[in-house]
Ligand binder design. Sequence first.
Ligand code: AMP
Ligand code: GLY
Length: 421
Amino acid sequence: MKILVVGSGGREHAIIKKLKESARVSEIFALPGNGGMAKDATLVPIGAKEIDRIVAYAKENAIDYAVVAPDDPLVLGCVDALNAVGIPCFGPEAKAAIIEGSKVFSKNLMKKYGIPTAEYEVFDNPEDALRYLESAPIPTVVKADGLALGKGVIIATTREMAIAAVHDIMEDKVFGASGNRIVIEEFLEGPEVSVLSFTDGKTVVPMVSSMDHKRALDGDEGLNTGGMGTIAPNPYYTDALAAECMERIFLPTVRAMEKEGRTFKGCLYFGLMITKDGPKVIEYNCRFGDPETQVVLPLLESDLLTIMEATTNGTLTEDMVRFSKGAACCVVMASEGYPGKYETGFEITLPDEGLVYVAGAKLADGKLLTAGGRVLGAVSAADTLEKAIEGAYALTEKIHFANAYCRKDIGKRALAAKEVK
Ligand code: AMP
Ligand code: GLY
């Protein structure tokens, strides 16, 4: 089968490498992909948001199945457009991708169906928002309604910060039209757990849980990033919690979407916080997480293409999805300075062995050069978390490029939590 994968990051590289293991896959096209994937896929210079060009390319090249990985094309209706010309896809239609595309939609959905989440108010003008903030409990959380490259959430630890966030988002439009409406919500505390799941719209099968490390510096200090590393499974996510989440969050969400006439097929990502009052939804994503995918897929023992097709066809069953009992760790190697200013264009040397998912790189004259903030993920899977962490850091030692930076403590908190349990 000829498979097309829309997207360009480390997540897409992990999906492509997993799909390559399938005997039924003959060729993979990455639109646009990145230079670091050239060994695994045919790179096609069409951007992930160029829906018309993606559809035309898929038709011309007789693509059998498409995987739309990033949020933007999903929210823009890439799956709808490919389906319209008869190409089956992994991923939700636009009307279901709204679960990530609009925070107002997802909060109202949770309220309507009694799914546990932070208390919230919605505002469509700055005056009402500012009036509300005069007496709102602090800290508080201000969120732009629409997509904002993962930056639309401000945790305001003072009233002044919250007020500034409203001005920035609603008046100065720092996130464009995504800030026409905002959600102001209750600040929650507790460990965070990411649970990606496969769903065909009725059945939901969770993947192994994971933990992201969003801050730039060791000890969870510094600015928020797109993710500096991940581990799986997440030790805070006990079997009892998993059962509770299935009953109170996962199934109710999938059923709610179906009831609303927005049947969700693909990967539904649950960003959870384990509060003292139980698990609550922090966010939904309509896609695989990045860099969670880089630790989840290496632990998947079943055939990814078969599972993906089952989500499309409505034939998903639990026994199709098998994970190994082991653990995995992904250490992101970034360009020094990220998420602020950084230089690119440095040559990357990679070892022959080891699992490396490339995110921000390009090919020039046969050389692989850095081309982004997060350059790649060094990944190791092993029978224990300790060994996986050791393996991932050992791999980073064999990867070289100028101005490379990585956190030194990926998985440290997870190991400590394991000891307490
Ligand atoms: P999001 O973009 O929705 O994933 O939010 C980014 C991060 O902000 C989350 O991973 C949490 O760490 C934090 N966050 C979001 N909402 C809340 C909340 N209500 N209380 C505390 N932290 C939050
Ligand atoms: N790692 C969080 C996300 O993919 O949005």
